[in-house]
Design a protein around this ligand. Structure first.
Ligand SMILES: [Zn+2]
Length: 400
């Protein structure tokens, strides 16, 4: 009987998944979907109710007689702490178990000051935010950092970019204050997760997010999940070499990376070399608005170089949508149209048949949303829920 083996597999974690996705929301439905006996369903549901992961609602449409209790995922059953570290500013938040922001703060801090300064500041800020909330049972922490991260270990790499962070294993430091699961990922991966969930979930499973800011990076959503590669180094589009970069040394130590010819830093450098007085990207925006021909040609050239690399990525990955984010892409319409032009010309016909190339819809909030969702995806996965139930002693047992 195949039903029996399915029943053996349906753990409490799996039952939570059914309730969260709405596939089964009454005890009878859970029994039907899983093949579990009534007592087995009751046991699992009780476990989830006791852990505040599920709530029960007996009010339903009155059709005569008592309606069956409907079960719902309890987004208020805990808090995840999120931090999205940028080169110059960091967003910090406490979110509910659906990823909605409950309290947030933004601090101006240079990540180059190092983990010894940045991490204690994060911990103190989270503590302050938790103080604003009525109840705050922390269930996990998620953090995005502007560096390559060996995901499983939560260890930062990229020696030449964030020197003081090289080899730092972040999770144990944060878990010292909040003893919960901690996940650290590259900032662009985190933004890609946030952008996908908020703007495209349920519609698109394959998305390439390209962030063009001070640096260039990308996050790949493939089949609905972030693609990290073997260790977490996937998506480093900024360090793919371009063909005719002119011999520029990249911060990673090699020559003519995309990052060294098309990033915000590169655009500023090229304009200064042409005698324009530009301190920040807003100065570049002003020149674009004023129709300065030299500035337009520098931005167009950056767009062309970016487009060539994105075209290769499109051939390799066949995404349904390419999202361009980061302050450079979001500010310069010529950049988006430039990339679009090159990609449609240089990628294969099938890869571009239904391809959309769009600007980010989520903007600066994507990092925080993505951090929270990254944690929730991990701690609410059936295996993780079962492991945490096995570790903790249920309230009923404590009472007896
Ligand atoms: Zn490089």
């Amino acid at each position: 009987m195949p039903r029996r083996s399915a029943a053996a597999l349906a753990t409490s974690g799996e039952v939570l998944r059914l309730i969260r996705t709405g596939e089964a929301v009454t005890r009878a439905e859970i029994g039907r979907v899983t093949g579990l006996s009534r007592p087995a369903v009751a046991l699992r549901v009780t476990e989830l109710l006791e852990r505040d992961l599920v709530v029960e609602d007996t009010e339903g449409p009155s059709t005569g007689g008592r309606p069956p209790a409907r079960l719902a995922f309890n987004a208020a059953g805990g808090v995840v702490l999120a931090a999205s570290l940028g080169a110059s500013r960091t967003q910090i938040a406490a979110c509910d178990l659906a990823g909605a922001v409950l309290a947030q703060a933004e601090v101006a801090i240079d990540v180059e000051e190092g983990p010894g300064v940045v991490l204690p500041l994060l911990l103190d800020t989270w503590e302050g935010l938790l103080g604003e909330l009525p109840s705050a049972r922390v269930r996990g922490i998620g953090m995005g950092v502007p560096a390559t991260v060996e995901f499983a270990a939560g260890r930062t790499e990229s020696a030449r970019v964030m020197a003081s962070w090289t080899g730092v294993v972040i999770p144990p430091i944060l878990a010292g204050r909040f003893p919960v699961p901690v996940f650290v990922d590259n900032d662009v991966n985190v933004i890609a997760i946030g952008e996908h969930h908020a703007a495209y979930a349920g519609e698109i499973d394959d998305l390439l997010f390209v962030k063009v800011s001070t640096r260039i990076g990308s996050g790949v959503i493939s089949g609905g999940h972030i693609l990290r590669g073997a260790l977490g180094a996937a998506g480093e589009i900024g360090h793919i070499p371009v063909r005719d970069g002119g011999g520029v040394l990249c911060r990673c130590g090699t020559i003519d990376c995309l990052d060294s010819v098309a990033s915000g830093t590169a655009i500023l450098r090229d304009l200064r070399a042409k005698g324009r007085e530009v301190a920040t990207l807003s100065d570049v925006v002003a020149l674009v608005r004023a129709g300065d021909a030299e500035t337009m040609s520098v931005v167009r050239e950056a767009a062309r170089q970016l487009g060539e690399v994105v075209a290769s990525a499109v051939n390799l990955l066949n995404p349904a949508v390419v999202v361009l984010g980061g302050d450079v892409a979001e500010t310069f319409q010529p950049m988006v149209s430039g990339v679009r032009e090159v990609v449609y010309r240089r990628s294969t016909a099938l890869a571009t048949r239904n391809l959309r190339i769009e600007r980010s819809r989520l903007g600066p909030g994507a990092g925080i949303t993505g951090c929270a969702l990254m944690v929730l995806g991990q701690i609410l996965a059936p295996d993780a829920v079962d492991a945490s139930l096995a570790r903790s002693v249920p309230r009923v047992a404590q009472l007896r």
